[in-house]
Design a protein around this ligand. Structure first.
Ligand code: IPM
Ligand code: MG
Length: 372
């Protein structure tokens, strides 16, 4: 029997191509694993009315970790229109399966390291080394949303004086998405960020919120951050607003180390942080919980590149590397990290995003060949 069981979820679009590329590298480092394919994504929404079938959830439950490719997500009405005719009018509502998996398995911590590899022509500067910790199950992604607003919700909200401004707006002309933070959710992501900073020698943790305006939710996160920071005397806590952070990340990204934010703000700054070190072709994420973890490139399914063997597989190869770290396979993880750095520094093999014409598999082969 293999040492590990890995759930293998290619999903939509280029997901299959980038997972094939990662597999080549995992085979090269000699990971002793059984890879179990799971169905997920748009195809299963259209044909079964569920992009995340129960059989796939069962596969995840029986494995040590998951490698995930990409999925196509569309807004509510477009999604409903693409359903198989036999499933229309059944009241099925599309929701993102990756967001669903994060919540279902309580993968509370979304870890997104964004480090500039020397020699990458896409770096904004070469001395950037950021790690984003994004809360992964709450906030504006909690899914507690209303349109039209039901009467009882409306009445409950009208206890708040600020609702007076909206008193003339009909229920159907109002939409509400609740931003829910829990103390335990805030503490968990903050603790993980500080622990990571301590373990990896980062001098600062920056909490990225907007407590001057969003007083209650952002306020809770920042207060908890101050409390936890006391337990880490060697690490400075910096507090920055999300809007200013976007500016600082373009202006002086080299000054920052670990960034921590709630779900949507973390989503936003992680794309920004990814872009200054090469873009989504390099950005990997670990969705990590207490008992399980799922690793993915942060790019989407890129439908226009499907079947062209063109997209940069480094993001997914780095996701596989993070999975090895999670499994405790440090030596293999480090071997992949060094090989990626070497291939980028040599600059002979470059995918289209890097200004070259190498294919997905040529990049994977070059990285595999650089593993010693
Ligand atoms: C990400 C993506 C997802 C998110 C989408 C695909 C639902 O943007 O992982 O950052 O918003 O979390
Ligand atoms: Mg995103």
């Amino acid at each position: 029997m293999a040492e590990y069981k890995i759930a293998w979820l290619p999903g939509d679009g280029v997901g299959g191509e980038v997972l094939d590329a990662a597999k080549r590298v995992l085979d090269r480092v000699g990971l002793d694993a059984e890879y179990i394919h799971g169905d997920i994504g748009w195809e299963f929404w259209k044909t079964e009315g569920n992009p995340l079938p129960q059989r796939t959830i069962d596969i995840l439950k029986s494995t040590d970790a998951c490698l995930f490719g990409a999925i196509t997500s569309k807004p509510k009405d477009e999604a409903a229109a693409e359903l198989d005719p036999r499933l229309q009018d059944k009241g099925l509502v599309y929701s993102s399966p990756i967001v669903g998996l994060r919540q279902l398995f309580n993968l509370h911590t979304n870890l997104r390291p964004c480090k500039a590899y020397p020699g990458n022509p896409l770096n904004l500067r070469d001395d950037i080394d950021l790690v984003v910790f994004r809360e992964n199950t709450e906030g504006l992604y909690a899914g507690v949303e209303f349109h039209p607003v039901p009467d009882e919700v409306r009445h409950a909200l009208e206890r708040h004086p600020k609702m007076k401004r909206f008193s003339d707006v009909p229920n159907d002309d109002m939409a509400i998405s609740a931003r829910i933070f829990t103390r335990v959710g805030c503490r968990t992501i903050l603790r993980d960020a500080f622990e990571y900073a301590k373990e990896h020698g980062y001098a600062s943790v920056t909490v990225v919120e907007k407590p001057n305006v969003i007083r209650e939710t952002s306020g809770l996160m920042v207060r908890e951050a101050r409390g936890i920071a006391h337990e880490y005397p060697g690490i400075e806590l910096w507090e920055t607003n999300i809007d200013a952070m976007c500016m600082w990340l373009v202006k002086n990204p080299q000054r920052y180390g670990v960034l921590v934010a709630s779900n949507l703000f973390g989503d936003i700054i992680s794309d920004l942080a990814a872009q200054i070190v090469g873009g989504l072709g390099f950005a990997a994420a670990g969705n990590i919980g207490d008992d399980y973890a799922l690793f993915e490139p942060t790019h989407g399914s890129a439908p226009k590149y499907v079947g062209q063997n063109k997209v940069n597989p480094i993001a997914t190869i780095r996701a596989a590397k993070m999975m090895l770290d999670y499994l405790g396979e440090r030596e293999k993880a480090n071997a992949i990290e060094s090989a990626v750095a070497q291939v980028i520094a040599e600059g002979r093999v470059r995918t289209y995003d890097m200004g070259g014409s190498s294919t997905t598999m040529e990049m994977a082969d070059a990285i595999a060949a650089a593993i010693h």
